[in-house]
Design a protein around this ligand. Sequence first.
Ligand SMILES: [Zn+2]
Length: 362
Amino acid sequence: MATELHETIFMAKQERHRNLFLNYKNLNKFPVELLKDEGLQFLERLYMKRNLLTTLVHTHFRHQPWNFSCLTFQTIGNLARLQSLDLCNNALQLLCPEIGRLRSLRHLRLSNNQLKCLPPEIGDLQDLEILDLSMNQLMFLPERLHRCLSLQNLTVDHNLLSHVPRHVCWLHRLNQLSMAANRLTFLPLDLGRSRELQFVFVDNNAELKGLPSYMYNKVIGCSGCGVSSHVAEGSISAVLGEALSEVLVGLPPEVKVVGSEADNVVPLEELALRTLHLTVTASLCVDLTALPPITLPKSLMDLLLFPLGHCHRCSQAMFTIIYPKLFPLRDTALAGVHRRTTVSFVAYCCSSHCLRTFDLQG
Ligand SMILES: [Zn+2]
């Protein structure tokens, strides 16, 4: 097998292959020949499905960090034209940060491995269009993923995600998001706000009881969600009140106030943040170079640029407060399509006025 592998790689280098198929080779380590010399600089697609890889860091270099960093700097450069990398069905536990140097990568398939986390450098893959992470052990997604601005299709089915970073809502080219069979309890307020996002699959997240109202006009999969909820006896308002409190379980920690129709005054801290947000975003739009030296702490700047969400009624940015309104899916026109679920659509508004005037189909 070793000789055959060696010959395959040798031929690919000699003949400047653009595709290299190393599926079903019983590889237990990443072939170092792939990273040597310059022969593979023409490689665009590398398939390594169904092997026994446990890491992309070559074991030989693991204890020599200096050599390792030098080597990878050069070697990953050799694969600079690589557009497609298929490492499905291995036993990968780690993905080296140098993956971020594969700047031409458009398709990255890592399903059915043992990944527990991803390096933030994955956010450097500006051309990445398809990212398949299904069937791993991921508990969270890196926030820097929102820098993958070309991403169109993100699949994270069958992992251990309990939440999705709200930064995912800034992936403006994302068309399909699939997060079935995780442990989601809550989705970002802005999910679905982007027109480009048309397909959202969150089936089999039993604790998920609410979908942001932006998703009302999308293709959604939500079978097996909210299954533990029961229809309570009592007045409609009491039932809705109970359902609403269930939906709000697991809200992000930024939410300090959950307002209702009776709360007409928005807290001062929230008003201050909204005003700052308008100032910051307006000045960024005008001319970045004309900005005065920013005196705000970086964490506050980040907060102002990536608010908690936007009012589903008027698009006002929100930071610490939400005014939620519930629309049980079974009461909507979609009820017939989604019989196997008890989830509700939730509108998140910025004020009691928007709460009163919001209409799901408006
Ligand atoms: Zn509003």
